[in-house]
Write a protein that binds this ligand. Structure first.
Ligand code: KG4
Ligand code: ZN
Length: 334
């Protein structure tokens, strides 16, 4: 079975062909990020317009790179992100998927964007033991997910305020760094002293929920009070505090649940402190760690095709009247 995946939930316009052995035949990603930088965040109107301009050529390239006829491809289905995300962006991908489905006479299936992120590590390391614990951290979401198998997920905890990536972006903006802030802070942090700021520990209780808003405010207060701090030291202190909280919750979850593999997903999975910490924890607990490549951490369509294959095989195709759901919750995917 071969599936064309389409992803347009935020600023990446992506298409990919993946087969049911989770082999990626092509993966094309275009981003409108450069258009958003000056605004310090993704501008929905600009993102939607960019998807409209790029979607056909991105899909065509993905089909050609997979060795398929772009006018009548030998695929079995089309998988498309139908939520959550920016409504105008989601609608472009969904309309395109429906159009291709009608034109080529193929079924299509709507996919939850975060379920896509959960499938991303499997594309690079397919035969892993289950259950698996995944720390899913992106610009829009942060959660700890226990998966008993592919497509079967229980959310142990999630952020009660900002997502980890969102906190990175806000702190970077405060420090006068560019957008997105995560990669910039990560780079600076490697040259700084993490002990410079005494930041509060968040969410010290038993549960698995996360919180980053207080940390962001603490950084703002500390730098307001002491104006001569080196940006590297502030970055290192903030990064240390974010990683401390996330890794503490992962450790708690590993201690309380029978887990055979540990994985990291979402844009913040590119973070160096988190990657090192997750590797160390996996080693300590004697289980494999899945650290996806940078291309698999950020939004891509291969992960959407992979999740789509699972959904199509287990639930069949979506109906033509499926609409985009910008607030679709992962717990509502069944
Ligand atoms: O998953 P993603 O590409 O888009 C969403 O679905 O949100 O994640 C983007 C987020 C941004 O907030 C960005 O600042 C953050 O991931 N990010 C990082 C790093 N690289 C990207 N955060 C921390 N460290 C990084 N190295
Ligand atoms: Zn994402």
């Amino acid at each position: 079975m071969k599936v064309l995946g389409i992803e347009t939930s935020c600023d990446e316009t992506a298409a990919s062909v993946v087969d049911d052995q989770l082999h990626v035949h092509s993966s094309v990603i275009e981003s409108s990020l450069d258009e958003h930088r000056a605004f310090g965040g993704v501008v929905p109107e600009l993102a939607g317009r960019a998807h409209v301009m790029m979607i056909s050529s991105v899909v065509e390239r993905a089909l050609v790179e997979a060795g398929l006829d772009p006018h009548n491809p030998a695929i079995d289905a089309i998988a498309v992100t139908s939520g959550p995300g920016l409504i105008g962006s989601l609608l472009v991908g969904l309309a395109a998927a429906k159009g291709y489905a009608l034109a080529w006479g193929k079924p299509f299936v709507g996919v939850h964007h975060l379920e896509g992120h959960l499938f991303a590590p499997l594309l690079e390391m397919p035969n892993l033991p289950w259950p698996m614990l995944t720390l899913l951290v992106s610009g829009g979401h942060s959660m700890l997910v226990l998966q008993s198998g592919p497509g079967s997920h229980e959310i142990l905890g999630e952020t009660i305020d900002d997502a980890a990536g969102e906190a990175y972006d806000k702190v970077a903006r405060w420090l006068g760094l560019g957008y997105p802030g995560g990669p910039e802070i990560d780079k600076l942090a490697q040259r700084g002293n993490a002990k410079t700021l005494q930041l509060p520990k968040s969410m010290t209780g038993e549960g698995y929920d996360l919180s980053f808003s207080g940390l962001k405010t603490a950084v703002v207060r500390a730098t307001e009070k002491q104006g001569d701090l080196a940006v590297e030291d502030v970055a290192a202190s903030f990064q240390g505090a974010v990683a401390e909280q996330l890794l503490r919750k992962v450790r708690q979850a590993l201690e309380k649940n029978e887990v055979k593999a540990l994985s990291l997903a979402g844009g913040v999975a590119a973070n160096s402190a988190l990657r090192q910490g997750i590797s160390k924890l996996a080693e300590e607990f004697g289980i494999p760690a899945l650290l996806p490549s940078m291309q698999m951490c950020t939004d891509n369509a291969a992960m959407i095709a992979a999740a789509g294959i699972y959904r199509f095989q287990h639930q069949g195709a979506s109906h033509m009247n499926l609409s985009a759901n910008p607030n679709w919750q992962l717990v509502d995917v069944s």
